[in-house]
Design a protein around this ligand. Structure first.
Ligand code: HSE
Length: 309
């Protein structure tokens, strides 16, 4: 039996909601799982890059250290089993290590496929907890599972609380992807263990504004909300040009806000449909200064989450 699951790319944080907010994009990975027929063939992981770019997929482990395998192993353990003969195939369209949730997408896809192969022993709640345990935070996991815009929280008991938030389709997304990779672990390593109370309060207020702005389609409030003092300032040194891009876009016609995509290095510009070419020009020239080439994806929100094909 072979099961294939399609999962979307995601963008986490969205400014003030570090490790909490996320949204899904219509870019996908397809994860296929089959129990191989030949006993003793063990684990086989194949990664097929469908983007025709030079993403570094060579360094992705294809043995038991692969994160998809690790997630699947936890699900098997949950029902008192261990995976034996498994062939995992990933067809990727999502750029890796760019802040677009490629790891969450393969973890979620692998888990849903394995759950299907096993006869659905786990519900969404359990799958989300396992996925978050592997990923380390739920903000990409929740939208990869359910699509749309989400807030999520990893609770002390290991469970995930999430809610889907509304989105005004007049708010457009320009995803600006640079031509270099940034490992999430490195990008988290520059964050402080503790932050000043004033920074915590700054983000607390803006997270509340963000949710209210989404419910009330309040563009002016969203403009105030899309700011952050918990992670972006610390990550600027890893994303040359980020400070310039943010500054230069502040007063650009149509721009509602500019945020780092997850741990970076991609940048998300939320705008009201006006000024797309000016936005691209500003981002491209800011990165160009640092010899960074850029690619632009003008995408809507993906409203659906992972699905079995
Ligand atoms: N919230 C995470 C971070 C997302 O900013 O590190 C990256 O996976």
């Amino acid at each position: 039996m072979k099961v294939s699951v399609k999962t979307p790319a995601t963008i986490a944080n969205l400014g003030p909601g570090f490790d909490s907010f996320g949204l899904a994009l219509p870019l996908y990975n397809i994860i296929s799982l089959e129990e191989t027929v030949l006993p003793g063939s063990g684990i086989e992981v194949n990664i097929i890059n469908e983007k025709n770019n030079d993403d570094n997929i060579i360094d992705i482990p294809t043995d038991k250290n692969n994160i998809i395998y690790k997630a699947i192993e936890l699900l098997y353990n949950f029902i008192g089993q261990v995976p034996n003969e498994l062939k995992i195939t990933v067809r990727t369209q999502i750029p890796v290590s760019r802040g677009l949730g490629s790891s969450a997408s393969v973890i979620v896809g692998g888990l849903i496929a394995a759950n299907e192969l096993l006869g659905r022993p786990a519900d969404e709640k359990i799958l989300m907890s396992i996925a978050t345990e592997i990923e380390g935070h739920p903000d990409n996991i929740a939208p990869a599972f359910v699509g749309g815009v989400t807030m999520s929280s990893w609770e002390e008991d290991g469970s995930i609380v999430y809610r889907k938030l509304p989105w005004d389709d007049g708010w457009k997304l320009m995803v600006c992807v640079p031509d270099y990779e940034l490992n999430t672990e490195i990008s988290r390593s520059v964050l402080p263990k503790e932050v000043p109370m004033s920074s915590a309060v700054y983000n607390l207020k803006r997270s509340a504004m963000f949710v209210d702005a989404l419910y009330n389609k309040d563009e002016e409030l969203l403009k105030l909300a899309l700011k952050d003092k918990l992670h972006q300032p610390y990550r600027e040194k890893l994303v040359p040009g980020l400070a310039d891009i943010m500054n230069n876009l502040k007063h650009t016609n149509g721009v509602i806000g500019t945020v780092l995509c997850g741990a970076g290095p991609s940048v998300l510009v939320i705008y009201n449909g006006i000024g797309a070419s000016e936005i691209k020009e500003i981002v491209a020239s800011s990165w160009n200064y640092f010899n960074v080439k850029s690619n632009f994806l003008n995408l809507p929100i993906e409203k659906e989450g992972a699905c079995i094909l």
